[in-house]
Design a protein. Structure first.
Length: 157
């Protein structure tokens, strides 16, 4: 995918020509012009859903989880959960954090959302907050915190 910010910086700030940018980024000049005109990053949508032979038998169960009666978590907005099931937050590289008391179904909902994102063709990384905090502390004590953080930044989500 073309990095629009890179193209805009090279053209407007550093004065690179469209031809030079196209050659450097290995895209057509038309794509560079399009990137220069657009203010928003391009979005990619699948033309047809990807086949998921492993997940297909569980598709209905997952959708049932997402559409389930939320009486156990009355303050959880059902519309918000169903909109998150579309996984539109993944290409925007937004994180999803669920906070609340134990036993309220956070892991249940997040697991269903993760599976929905996998169904949409994305890779998912799930970690409990306590585990993340422990891993960060261990990495800091072992003087490898930068490497650990870099591994999270490089996640291809």
């Amino acid at each position: 995918m073309v990095n629009i910010e890179f193209i805009r910086k090279k053209h407007f700030v550093e004065g690179w020509s469209i031809r030079k940018i196209a050659k450097h980024v290995e895209v057509s000049r038309q794509s560079v012009r399009k990137a220069l005109k657009s203010a928003e990053p391009w979005t990619y949508t699948l033309s047809k859903p990807k086949p998921c032979p492993v997940m297909d038998p569980f598709r209905e169960v997952i959708l049932q989880w997402l559409r389930a009666d939320h009486t156990a978590i009355p303050e959880l907005p059902k519309a918000k959960v169903l909109s998150l099931a579309d996984a539109h937050f993944v290409p925007r590289k937004e994180n999803l954090l669920c906070l609340g008391p134990s036993g309220t179904g956070k892991t249940h909902i997040v697991t269903a959302l993760g599976i929905a994102a996998i169904e949409a063709g994305y890779r998912v990384r799930f970690i409990r907050t306590v585990s993340l905090a422990q891993e960060l502390l261990v990495a800091q004590q072992e003087l490898r915190l930068n490497r650990y953080l870099k591994s999270w930044c490089q996640w291809p989500g």
